[in-house]
Design a protein around this ligand. Structure first.
Ligand code: SAH
Length: 214
């Protein structure tokens, strides 16, 4: 790609942040800065590049998608990440959201069940310098007990019910956000307090299903 096209994509990216994210009321400056930074067009195949900054999800392979930019920004804002946070992502996919997490958090683990997708994401994140994001090929339902507890967990595919193992791996004060449900899905934010779990529902969403353990 020529330097001109990267400048053109940068403009589209800034426009995406102002028109799709700030205009809908999200104002978390750290999240906005990360979204202005990470080159979303380099996380999709060349035939999707032109569409990378549109207000919608994008295909990244067989029945898999990167979420709409606004939904990603909303989910990241709800996690209230700090530069020292330890985060687990379930569903690496293209690696786009993992790159955003690498901009926002201190330690980033991301799990992908599909070995092909995970290999591609490892290489892409490496090539783009997002070496902080560690990709693990494995089943996200089980999480990553060896690295727990996490300050935040973000799930990028929808399970039918809240995965218990992931709740166990949250630190006290930690937050998890996930799309929940089969036909009707909602975003759910869960906070683990010393007195138990407090959860809230955000709006309706449409995610690919989290694949069950085989
Ligand atoms: N966050 C991604 C989009 C993820 S799409 C991005 O920014 O591009 C959902 C991903 O979850 C798919 O890649 C799918 O293969 C993966 N997935 C589905 N079930 C899973 C499971 N049980 N464990 C880990 N990954 C899973």
């Amino acid at each position: 790609m020529s330097p001109d096209s990267s400048e053109r994509y940068r403009k589209l990216r800034l426009q995406m942040v102002s028109e799709q994210i700030e205009a809908r009321g999200l104002s978390d400056e750290r999240v906005l800065t990360a979204m202005r930074q990470v080159p979303r067009h380099l996380f999709v195949s060349s035939d999707q590049r032109e569409h990378a900054y549109e207000d919608r999800a994008l295909p990244i392979g067989p029945q898999q998608t990167i979420s709409q930019p606004y939904i990603i920004a909303l989910m990241l804002s709800e996690l209230e990440l700090k530069s020292t946070s330890k985060v687990l992502e379930v569903g690496t996919g293209s690696g786009y959201q993992a790159a955003l997490l690498a901009e926002l958090a201190g330690e980033v683990y991301t799990m992908e069940i599909d070995s092909e997708l995970s290999k591609i994401a490892v290489k892409r994140l490496d090539d783009l310098g997002y070496t902080k994001a560690q990709v693990i090929c494995g089943d996200g339902y089980a999480g990553l007990p060896a690295k727990a507890p996490f300050d935040a967990i973000i799930v990028a595919a929808a399970p039918p019910s809240i995965p218990r193992d992931l709740v166990k791996q949250l630190a006290i004060g930690g937050r998890m956000i996930l799309p929940l449900g089969v036909e009707v899905q909602y975003l759910v934010v869960l906070e683990k307090t010393k007195d138990g779990i407090v959860s809230r529902e955000l709006g309706g969403v449409s995610f690919v299903p989290l694949k069950p353990q085989e």
